[in-house]
Design a protein around this ligand. Structure first.
Ligand code: MF3
Ligand code: CO
Length: 290
């Protein structure tokens, strides 16, 4: 952290002097750092204006998933979901963040059944009765990024798979309860992991959430398998995703060799995931997407 004088303008661009703005905040963070904790840099703390921008982007992201919810049906290909996402996003003035990201070819990820994440929409993948699918949309609007995903259940989903989807949804609420200033990302992770385990499920280790806002994937990496009291300190202004991948069976995964993207469960059992973009506020959290 750059050392600012008491009478310098605050780094947060509020236009106020450092001593009346973020000085005591920084001192508190430094105290945690001295105690050996991982703490956020200033560039992980968004200004009010930036959070407003992320909220505008999130509005599109929510509308896109609502649009998918209205149109998704048995017999549709995942490629058609991709078209819905592209059309709705661009019609609202946004850009799908995944399109061309690191060579990713589509506007959305559609992960079916035993696919954990990063399923690539295809005209050959037709939604059928009993399927579960995660639709993961991300939007760029006026330079601001948002990211969220929902599960959709097609027709008659068997009871155990339904319970998996519901448990994954509940994991988001359980995680959110831990999002408040001066808690740690590990507090959230352990709460989620404990809940998934109590239900007989497991959480994927290798893929997790991320800071977001000015870029698609920012620091920190957000794990959902780490312990309470560990990982980065949460402070107001941080924006990140909560997106645990919950496996019905074992936590082991592998990546599709042919496309280099799609993640599958090693044991072939289903996996479910919901994702929100969340901001840490002075008193707790605000969910920006759903
Ligand atoms: N929305 C996914 C995430 O949570 C996107 C992964 S990048 C992709 O980060 F290229 F695979 F889409
Ligand atoms: Co994400």
């Amino acid at each position: 952290m750059k050392k600012l004088g008491r009478n310098d303008l605050c780094w947060c661009k509020s236009g106020r002097k450092y001593k009346v703005c973020h000085m005591s905040f920084d001192e508190k963070i430094q105290q945690y750092e001295l105690e050996g904790h991982i703490v956020p840099d200033h560039d992980m703390i968004k200004t009010k204006e930036q959070i407003e921008g992320i909220k505008e982007s999130s509005k599109i992201n929510i509308a896109v998933l609502d649009y998918v919810a209205e149109h998704i049906r048995i017999g549709m290909s995942t490629e058609e979901i991709d078209r819905l996402v592209y059309e709705k996003t661009t019609q609202m003035g946004g850009i799908p963040a995944t399109l061309g990201y690191d060579g990713y070819p589509k506007s959305v990820c559609t992960s079916l059944n035993n696919q954990v994440c990063h399923g690539i929409p295809s005209k050959n993948d037709i939604l059928k009765d009993g399927d579960i699918v995660n639709v993961d949309a991300s939007t760029i609007y006026k330079g601001y990024f948002s990211d969220s995903s929902r599960m959709f259940m097609l027709g008659n989903v068997d009871t155990e798979t339904k319970r998996l989807v519901e448990t994954a949804h509940k994991c988001i609420d359980i995680g959110l309860e831990q999002v408040k200033p001066w808690n740690f990302l590990g507090d959230m992770a352990q709460a989620i992991n404990d809940y998934a385990k109590q239900n007989g499920y497991s959480i994927v280790r290798e893929v997790g959430g991320h800071g977001i806002g000015l870029e698609f994937h920012e620091e920190p990496f957000v794990s959902y398998v780490t312990a309470k009291g560990t990982e980065m300190l949460m402070v107001p202004g941080m924006v990140f995703t909560i997106e645990p991948m919950v496996n019905m069976g074992k936590q082991e995964i592998y990546i599709d060799d042919d496309n280099g993207w799609t993640v599958y469960t090693e044991d072939g059992l289903p996996s479910a995931q919901w994702e929100v973009t969340v901001a840490v506020t002075e008193s707790g959290y605000e969910v920006l997407t759903w």
